[in-house]
Design a protein around this ligand. Sequence first.
Ligand SMILES: CC(C)(COP(=O)(O)OP(=O)(O)OC[C@H]1O[C@@H](n2cnc3c(N)ncnc32)[C@H](O)[C@@H]1OP(=O)(O)O)[C@@H](O)C(=O)NCCC(=O)NCCS
Length: 209
Amino acid sequence: MPIYFSSTFADANIVIWKIEEDEEFFWASSNLKLPPKDAYRIKGYTNVYKRVESLAGRYCAHIASGGQVNFQCFENDPPQADKGYLSIAHTSGYAGAVYHPLVKVGIDIEIISRLVRDRIFTRFASEDEMKTGTENYNRLVLWCAKEAIYKAGHLKGLNFKEHIKVEWNTETQGVGTIHFGGLYKIFALRNVLIENHLICVLCVENAQL
Ligand SMILES: CC(C)(COP(=O)(O)OP(=O)(O)OC[C@H]1O[C@@H](n2cnc3c(N)ncnc32)[C@H](O)[C@@H]1OP(=O)(O)O)[C@@H](O)C(=O)NCCC(=O)NCCS
């Protein structure tokens, strides 16, 4: 389908795709110019859904960056753009990306029905955050926020519970921080519930709410 959701927040462009195409659609697209190493990695995935989601994520990155940016993706590192910053996420049937021309950004998406059980929740939420996590929806939004901040942080060795903190000022806007060693980073957060089905959280470093 065409774009499922798109928006701009603090100069960051967000694009989300609902995947109804098969992988041939993306391979055949002249828009998607993947570096050979990345194309080789994706072709090597035995799971067809993983292949198509990875391709769709890169497709979103291409659109979000206005088609004018070259980028490379890595297995355990943030995507690297030749201008600005990119982040990619995928989940069953959906992919998304966010692009900012100047500052680091992060994105995560999850289907609203995904359960965050106590055992997992207590591993990533701080004591304060646990007080606000009685409902599964709030737990999922917190999880997505921490994933997005982790991706934007570009720092190895971050622990979600200790180093990444999230505070919501309103239902949809908040602030995320990373305290790690002597480093302090701050991110504006925005969460969006799309069609009562898909949660998307994005963060933009040093942005004003
Ligand atoms: C990197 C990580 C955030 C990816 O999340 P995920 O849920 O597996 O996958 P998503 O669909 O949300 O995002 C995948 C994209 O993130 C990007 N990515 C991968 N590693 C990354 C990193 N270190 N930093 C930023 N972005 C990264 C890639 O673009 C990837 O897309 P691709 O696989 O198509 O190339 C996750 O695997 C991770 O390592 N989390 C931190 C570990 C942790 O502490 N978790 C538990 C805390 S209780």
